[in-house]
Ligand binder design. Structure first.
Ligand SMILES: Nc1ncnc2c1ncn2[C@@H]1O[C@H](COP(=O)(O)OP(=O)(O)OP(=O)(O)O)[C@@H](O)[C@H]1O
Length: 257
């Protein structure tokens, strides 16, 4: 399988503080990769670099073999790099279906037509329903986004990300702030998306059980450096990872049997 994303010596500094240091990542299309590391390791900063929120001090980012290092957030989104934004992209006063349809329109040529043809509208409707099914929002099409439970808003956000024709999904703690009862449904949605095979998912997540369950590859960041990367079962047993990050408090929660 080809790499959908590569970084070469990717680095960023804030003043004197080197936050990401020479990170070389190779992310294969269709996989689910989790980035783990202690607080302050640089995980969110790495996401900011990949999505274009911040610009690297050094190094490059290649998406589908194109150098996107200098591209803006919207241009990267057009190429297929999408990031979940903790619900800020949702229009609360529109229904679930309208939100998803807007995302579809903004990523297609129909957007530029003042009077979209009926055939286009009906295609959008079918497409939106398919995304709703994948994200387990069946039966919610006419519910206003503002009336959804928190976990369902997360699902809507994921559906909108797919509707934007995102190929690489950057998910920053998708279960953060969600009630324990709603977590299995979000997990199932992520699994559905993964099973599809069309999407590559990069996840930042602190819940180790979830990480071990979902990930094909585990990437460990420590002090802004890529400490280890590979098969989750092997990475978790890696002595350097144990010493640097997973020792003490975390050890009990990651026993893999
Ligand atoms: N814009 C900024 N200016 C200065 N320092 C920053 C900036 N953004 C991040 N940092 C610093 O970079 C380091 C890494 O932060 P980052 O949020 O990427 O870590 P993280 O691994 O995502 O942590 P957490 O798990 O707590 O979310 C921290 O020391 C943080 O204070």
């Amino acid at each position: 399988m080809e790499n959908i994303l590569e970084t070469k010596d990717l680095s960023v500094s804030f003043g004197e503080h080197d936050v990401i240091k020479d990170v070389n990542l190779e992310i294969e299309r269709g996989k689910l990769i989790s980035i783990i590391g202690p607080n302050g390791a640089g995980k969110t900063t790495l996401f900011n670099l990949l999505s274009g929120q911040i610009t690297s001090t050094k190094g490059e980012i290649y998406f589908k073999n194109e150098n996107v290092t200098k591209l803006s957030v919207p241009l990267r989104a057009r190429r297929g790099i999408g990031r979940s934004f903790q619900l800020t992209n949702i229009f609360p006063e529109l229904t679930v279906l309208e939100n998803i349809r807007l995302a579809i329109q903004s990523s297609s040529k129909d957007y530029y037509s003042i009077f979209p043809r009926l055939s286009a509208l009906s295609r959008q409707q079918d497409e939106a329903k398919a995304y709703m099914k994948k994200c387990m929002l069946n039966g919610k099409e006419h519910v206003l986004a503002q009336d959804l439970a928190h976990g369902e808003k997360r699902k809507l956000e994921l559906a909108m990300l797919l509707a934007l024709k995102t190929e690489l999904l950057l998910l920053d703690e998708p279960t953060a702030g969600i009630s324990i009862e709603e977590i299995p449904a979000i997990l199932e949605v992520i699994e559905n998306i993964k099973k599809d095979g069309m999407y590559t998912i990069v996840l930042i997540e602190h819940k180790m059980e979830m990480v071990m369950h979902l990930s094909d590859i585990l990437v460990v960041l420590f002090n802004g450096e890529l400490l280890a990367s590979g098969n989750p079962q092997e990475i978790i047993k890696d002595q350097r990872v144990q010493t640097a990050y997973l020792g003490g408090l975390h050890r009990e929660s990651i026993k893999t049997g």
